[in-house]
Design a protein around this ligand. Structure first.
Ligand SMILES: Cc1cc2nc3c(=O)[nH]c(=O)nc-3n(C[C@H](O)[C@H](O)[C@H](O)COP(=O)(O)O)c2cc1C
Length: 196
């Protein structure tokens, strides 16, 4: 699979089934993150991999309503960092940017090895912090839900919208809304509007 194919194949699927997470899988994902560029090579990303049945069960209690589909996760990667682990140049704080790039590298590599890697924001950081004993000064940025894509249309945890987007990638902004050439174009100055 080349990079373009991985970019196209990656989806935030929610209909997952269990899969075996070997040490080799974990090493592959960590390696993808390790080689990511970062400001001044600061490498601000840190990860807690949750694989054991016992801790997975506990961690799933920290996940919000609407994200019940995460119950089928075989691995959850808790992504953490601190602002002062990376460059701060006036109002530019690079730790989220660099950690985000590392996460995308992991997601693409996971896609390539046949896994679904779906980042979520819908969880309680307080509960995650407590369960995993993460120090207060870390920002718990995202949880990456890892599993194997299930062929079922609905694993019993999806709402109507989630069933719809399982089959079809949610709409993207048209090109002219996301880039311009040689000068800023006012068409870039619009937030994404969501249909109700
Ligand atoms: C930072 C972030 C937070 C997200 N949070 C959630 C979430 O809490 N629950 C969920 O089901 N999907 C979540 N998603 C997945 C997005 O909804 C999904 O990526 C988007 O709809 C585009 O669909 P696609 O990734 O399949 O192309 C999140 C994605 C990102 C990057």
């Amino acid at each position: 699979m080349d990079v373009k194919q991985a970019i196209e194949k990656r989806r935030a699927f929610r209909c997952l089934e269990k899969t075996n997470i070997t040490d080799e899988v974990i090493n592959e994902l960590v390696y993808a993150a390790q080689l990511t560029p970062s400001c001044f090579n600061n490498q601000p990303w840190r990860f807690v991999f949750v694989r054991s049945k016992e801790i997975l069960t506990k961690l799933k209690e920290a996940i919000n309503k609407g994200n019940e589909w995460t119950h089928a996760a075989s691995l959850i990667i808790v992504v953490i960092s601190k602002k002062d682990f990376d460059c701060i140049i006036k109002d530019r704080e690079y730790y989220l940017f660099d950690t985000g790039m590392a996460v995308y590298a992991m997601i693409l590599r996971a896609t390539e090895i046949g896994l679904v890697a779906h980042p979520i924001a819908g969880y309680s950081p307080e509960k995650v912090r407590e369960i995993l004993k993460i120090p207060q000064d870390f920002n718990i940025i995202t949880l990456i839900i890892i599993g194997k894509k299930s062929d079922k249309e609905n694993n019993g945890f999806l709402n109507d919208y989630q069933v719809k987007v399982e089959k079809q990638r949610p709409e993207r902004l048209p090109e002219e809304r996301i880039f311009s050439i040689d000068a800023f174009d006012n068409r870039l100055n619009q937030k994404t509007e969501h249909k109700k």
